[in-house]
Design a protein around this ligand. Structure first.
Ligand code: OOB
Length: 578
């Protein structure tokens, strides 16, 4: 796993981007400084409403850390979190930070395919779930994950179920009462236990928390291959993006942020997100479900000032607000990002929802672009913003050129980036030489985003397309390989190609084009059977196909590979005929 070369690190320190603050310091400082202010509003894992001051949040974080310790987790360990938007999520994240445990930010929609990969790659000591969530038994899910890992010879993680914790507010164990881990909660711990990252040049110190330039947690990459990629973010790099984001967005103690998107996502976490709000002493309101009804009620009740949406949710808010005329008078800014917001929808947000729009084009690997609050409307409504940092380096290259020459100013090309909060490599077994890193990073350390963009003279980027094998389904990223793999394993499927089709609501929907074996009856029944197969294979719920099409022959490229582009065209023609 490549770190930033010293020459760059020195520059980022000198510029004041990287400072000597860890997440343990951050939590200790903010929860003390803002002790009596309201930090978190939401429901717990049982659905009971909870309000925590910063002091209460600190206590809940300590209690969560103690529970992880009780499950055998020690500082330096990685712990996979797959929680819905409940208050325990914030407590566990902050508890990990205080205890020097590294969270791996999974989603409650992930299933055994994803979770077992995250556990294996991160060598996770525990997995934290909310037992019975949205109609799915997550305890049984963790059992299946353990089974898979055992079959691969990997030690399974301990199960931690927040639904089995005492309810927030009931008497909590104090962290210092745990004699086995006297340093937990002090941020002064640096114990290494499990094997660490095999690809690092020196595993010594990699997981030593308490040092700002060490890895603090692992985020997930949207993914372009069948194998998961974990993103190592350091205290220094991430906290820089948090501070800078809070400043660009003008957050303050009076900010009330409504978190509608999955809380563990990078957008909800840090752009400026939960951490940006805790940085300045504001209030985080968690919506347990993303429906406009729940969101509108919370906006009115909590006088929410700020929220972050993906484009389909922005559309849902607009159509719902037209019918119900909710009280959204407290809302100042609605951020939209994660997928391309159409200029038409962008233009409706202000008039219908009564808030200013901010477009956000970011990635868990690092780079985040914002339209600025004082940008002219023209830029706010038609661009995806400009980078956070003056030291974010942007290179726009010819995607068809093997030498990756830069395109002339203003022309479309593939976006590459490097900077103070963009990783130099994934957390991969082979380190810098691992194939995932060789494909995703250039020799001089730029991350190949796979996005096609155009840059305006102002520095604002317009996202024009994509050059990666990924579908962006309303902000949720799915690698085509993840779906194709399990389907190709079936004897009745000769070939399968997954393509994203334009969708007025999702932006793109997942279409699987199947070429059945000779004699296999295709049609809706086969589609339903294949969906069931994917579900049973343990694929995340949000990756299940929206649509199946059956073809006897696939268009191929000149080198004989299936052509996704021609397939997409063929389907568009076929669907418009119907
Ligand atoms: C955010 O992060 P990820 O890691 O889930 O996905 C990153 C990818 C980008 O490479 C791009 O393909 C797409 O999502 N994307 C957008 C976009 N924002 C993200 N495409 C078009 N327009 C946009 N506004 O999605 C993420 C991370 C931090 C903040 C916001 C979003």
């Amino acid at each position: 796993m490549a770190a930033h070369p010293e020459e760059f690190a020195a520059r980022y320190r000198a510029a004041g981007y990287w400072i000597d603050e860890t997440f343990a310091d951050f939590v200790a400082d903010r929860t003390t400084r803002f002790a009596d202010r309201t930090a978190v509003v939401g429901v717990d894992a049982h659905g009971t409403p909870v309000r925590w001051t910063y002091a209460e949040l600190a206590a809940a974080a300590d209690a969560a850390a103690a529970r992880l310790a009780g499950a055998g987790v020690v500082p330096g360990d990685r712990v996979v979190l797959a929680l819905p938007n409940v208050v325990e999520f914030v407590a566990v994240v902050l508890g990990c930070f205080r205890a020097g445990i590294l969270p791996v930010f999974a989603q409650p929609g992930h299933r055994e395919t994803e979770l077992s990969q995250f556990c294996a790659i991160a060598d996770a000591a525990a997995i934290v779930v909310s037992g019975d969530t949205d109609g799915h038994d997550h305890r049984a899910l963790v059992d299946r994950v353990a089974e898979r890992l055992r079959a691969q010879g990997v030690e399974p993680p301990a199960l931690v179920d927040v639904q089995q914790w005492p309810r927030p507010g009931s008497s909590e164990p104090r962290i210092h009462a745990d004699p086995a881990h006297p340093d937990l909660g002090t941020g002064r711990v640096g114990v290494l236990r499990r094997s660490g990252c095999a690809g690092s040049t020196s595993s010594e110190g990699l997981f030593a928390p308490g040092r700002a330039e060490e890895v603090a947690f692992l985020q997930l990459s949207g993914g372009t291959t069948g194998v998961a990629k974990l993103i190592p973010r350091t205290h220094a790099d991430y906290l820089y993006s948090v501070r800078a984001s809070a400043e660009i967005c003008g957050l303050g103690e009076e900010t009330v942020l409504l978190v509608v998107l999955p809380a563990a996502h990078n957008f909800a976490m840090s752009s400026p997100g939960i951490l940006g709000v805790l940085h300045v002493g504001g209030t985080v309101v968690l919506a347990r479900d993303p429906s406009p009804r729940t969101a509108f009620r919370l906006v009115a009740e909590e006088r929410v000032t700020w929220t972050s949406l993906v484009p389909p949710l922005a559309q849902a808010w607009i159509s719902s607000a037209r019918r119900r005329t909710p009280d959204l008078s407290s809302l100042e800014v609605i951020q939209v990002g994660g997928a391309r917001l159409s200029d038409a929808v962008a233009a409706e947000i202000g008039p219908v929802l009564g808030a200013r729009v901010q477009q956000v084009f970011g990635m868990a690997e690092g780079l985040v672009n914002y339209t600025r609050l004082d940008d002219p409307d023209e830029l706010v409504l038609t661009t995806q913003g400009r980078p956070i940092s003056p030291d974010d380096e942007i290179r726009i290259v010819d995607p068809a050129d093997p030498d990756e020459a830069e395109v002339p100013d203003g022309e479309e090309g593939a976006l590459q980036t490097r900077g103070p909060y963009t990783i130099r490599g994934y957390y991969a077994p082979g380190g810098a030489d691992d194939p995932v890193n060789r494909d995703a990073f250039t020799a001089d350390g730029f991350y190949r985003t796979g996005d096609l963009v155009r840059r305006l003279p102002s520095g604002h980027l317009v996202v024009t397309g994509r050059a990666k094998d990924q579908i962006n389904r309303g902000g949720e990223k799915v690698a085509t390989e993840e779906i194709e793999g399990p389907l190709l394993a079936r004897p009745d499927v000769l070939d399968a190609v997954v393509v994203g089709l334009p969708d007025p609501y999702l932006g793109e929907r997942i279409c699987v084009v199947v070429r059945p074996e000779a004699g296999v009856r295709s049609g809706p029944d086969l589609g339903a059977e294949l969906t069931e197969h994917l579900r049973a294979s343990g694929l995340a719920t949000y990756k299940l196909p929206d649509q199946f099409e059956f073809l006897d022959q696939f268009p191929v490229t000149h080198v004989g590979k299936n052509s996704r582009r021609d397939l997409r065209r063929l389907l568009a023609a076929r669907l418009s005929d119907e």
